[in-house]
Design a protein around this ligand. Structure first.
Ligand code: TSB
Ligand code: ZN
Length: 582
């Protein structure tokens, strides 16, 4: 049931350490029932049903017990057992999760790994001996459900990490600390950007005024850019009749990620998991001719996905999201130019956002997965050829990832790295011959005959949630001026200087600069300190001397103090930052 999950070079050692941890749990928590223990992107975990809750002290005790196992130099031994014997063994040892898993395996033999007094169902591979395990640490524990299913047993997930040596472990722990400082969930709370409410439900963020400002700025920026590039923005409802998704194929291939159907009178409605079928309806509004193509229909479209609760994570993975979506309807001859255009659009937006360390992933289907993917091999091969040709034309390197395609077609995904170096998909370009068929789309060609268009699905900044989560961590909350919720905080040194700054404040507001005049009865130092913690890019301070000289004293959030300048000069400076998105 377990076995190496990543293809990281350290995967066998990580996974072996998970076994050693499970052995320690078996010693210190008699009666523990083991579920699932894979390696992860930088360590491992094991889901276990424990006889009692676990504390930080327990983690230290487990580590000590694990050291004994390493010192004992136990061999990892691989054996294939007949299914019946395995079932009997795990039943005798009171391991119901293993028993359940084995019973569902199709094979007649099951792979077993043993070391010391610990035996596990496992596909391996492992290091050969516990002595081969490097420097490790148990990091934390949390809750999880058996098979990720909220209706099943609640388990304890114990996380750990392991590296070749102490230096590597220390470096990793330092990166982890930095990632915690930048964690968007924490910064989002400290800077009052967004919240979640139990009463609303998991995975459904509520934007506070400051977060809503960032969202609005991004949306405006990208919408204006797209309008300039020939996209047409529409607005469509985030529900539809369930039949729409039966036609599209979502119902057959994507149902697990959809909210359940709502029955209202005679209608069966469902929250949409994607915007494509709605945009297809807009395509069909009128007869289209080759002269209308490429037709680029765009929307910040609201989507709902019933992500498993264990997979929800702050703003990065939610259940209700707005995607910077567009569907390009075009002829086969236009595919390459359109893809090239989208990649250029993405690169130009990344430039503005200061995103540099991204990489391209060619996400392909998995021919053996008939449930997830439309069964049409020639279609997949054709899609793949187009995408590879586009990448060649762009001179871009990419990594192929089988099993990562959309159900309707292959994708070019643009992967961004978070502070721990993990990558996630933000932007995506997807080539689709399937939905045009399902909906019988047509255009009248130059030959006056009907032809079938192709669809390109694309997101430039992806979902606002995931992009903003990424940006919060990238900037550690110190957004560039154009995205900052408060762009200038005006701070009078005494009450007598309030009126002097009010003129500047009003002027800034008129120019749509997000200025705040801090008139509170507090010390100036305190006001500056607060603006600094709030990561306000400009603090504009003025006292009697500034008033006499007709200047203001401008301070940056880095602590840098600019030479005194006239208020008009400050206005120019901040407008320049905003307009050029510096
Ligand atoms: C691009 N139909 C296409 C669209 O036209 C589509 O929906 N593609 S998608 O399924 O890949 O989703 C687009 C992007 O949304 C992903 O690349 C990812 O960045 C983002 N996304 C997907 N699921 C979530 C989620 N649960 N929370 C936040 N963002 C998500
Ligand atoms: Zn789509």
């Amino acid at each position: 049931m377990s076995g190496s999950h990543t293809n990281h070079p350290l995967a066998p050692m990580r996974h072996s350490t998970a076994h050693v941890m499970a052995q320690a749990v078996q010693h210190l928590f008699p009666g523990a029932k083991f579920a699932f223990g894979p390696d992860t992107e930088d360590g491992f975990y094991y889901d276990i049903e424990l006889p009692r809750p676990i504390s930080q002290d327990d983690l230290a005790a487990l580590e000590a017990e694990m050291r004994k196992s390493v010192a004992s130099q136990s061999q990892f031994v691989h054996e294939d057992w007949p299914k019946g014997r395995a079932l009997e063994w795990f039943r005798e040892h009171d391991q119901p999760f293993k028993v359940e898993w084995i019973s569902q395996l199709p094979d007649e033999t099951v792979s077993i790994y043993r070391h010391g007094d610990f035996t596990d169902l496992c596909a391996g591979p492992h290091v050969s001996n516990t002595a081969d395990i490097g420097a490790f640490k148990l990091l934390s524990s949390g809750g999880a459900y058996w098979r990720g299913d909220e209706k099943r047993e609640q388990l304890t997930r114990i996380y750990g990490t392991v590296w070749n040596n102490q230096q590597e472990l220390d470096d990793y722990l330092e990166r982890l600390e930095e990632a915690r400082r930048r964690d968007h969930r924490r910064i989002g709370k400290d800077l009052q950007l967004f919240m979640f409410a139990d009463e609303v439900g998991p995975g459904m963020p509520l934007w506070l005024p400051k977060g809503a400002t960032i969202r609005r700025e991004l949306e405006r920026y990208v919408t204006d850019l797209e309008l300039r590039q020939g996209y047409q923005h529409v607005s469509t409802p985030d529900v539809a009749k369930v039949d729409l998704y039966k036609t599209s194929g979502h119902w057959a291939h994507y149902k697990d990620a959809m909210f359940p159907v709502m029955k209202a009178g005679d209608e069966e409605l469902v929250l949409r998991p994607m915007n494509c079928p709605h945009h297809i309806q807009i395509y069909k509004f009128t007869q289209r001719s080759y002269r209308d193509l490429p037709l680029r229909i765009a929307e910040f479209g609201t989507m709902w996905r019933y992500e498993k609760s264990g997979e929800l994570s702050g703003l990065s993975r939610v259940r209700r999201m707005d995607l910077n979506d567009a569907h390009i309807f075009c002829t086969p001859e236009q595919i390459l130019d359109e893809i090239v255009g989208v990649v250029q659009l993405i690169e130009s937006v990344y430039d503005v956002l200061g995103i540099t360390e991204h990489w391209y992933r060619l996400s392909l289907w998995d021919p053996s997965d008939r449930e997830k993917y439309v069964d049409n091999p020639p279609m997949w091969e054709m899609g793949e050829r187009y995408l590879k040709e586009a990448m060649a034309r762009l001179h871009l390197e990419y990594v192929e990832a089988p099993g990562e395609a959309a159900f309707y077609g292959p994708k070019i995904d643009i992967q961004l790295r978070d502070p721990l170096g993990h990558s996630e998909t933000i932007s995506t370009i997807q080539l689709d011959f399937h939905l045009p068929n399902q909906f019988q789309l047509e255009y009248v060609g130059e030959d006056s005959k009907e032809h079938r268009p192709v669809m390109i699905h694309r997101g430039v900044i992806g979902t606002l949630v995931r992009m903003i989560a990424f940006l919060i961590e990238k900037y550690a909350g110190a957004f560039p001026v154009w995205l900052s919720p408060v762009q200038a905080r005006l701070i009078p040194i005494t009450d007598r200087n309030v009126d002097y700054l009010r003129g500047l404040h009003e002027r800034l507001l008129d120019l749509q600069v997000r200025s705040e005049l801090d008139q509170r009865n507090e010390k100036m130092q305190r006001k500056i300190a607060e603006a600094q913690t709030e990561k306000v890019p400009y603090m504009v301070v003025a006292g009697g001397r500034d008033e006499e000289a007709g200047t203001v004293s401008v301070r940056l959030r880095s602590g840098e103090q600019l030479p005194p300048m006239a208020p008009a000069e400050f206005v120019n400076r901040i407008l320049d930052d905003i307009r050029n998105r510096r």
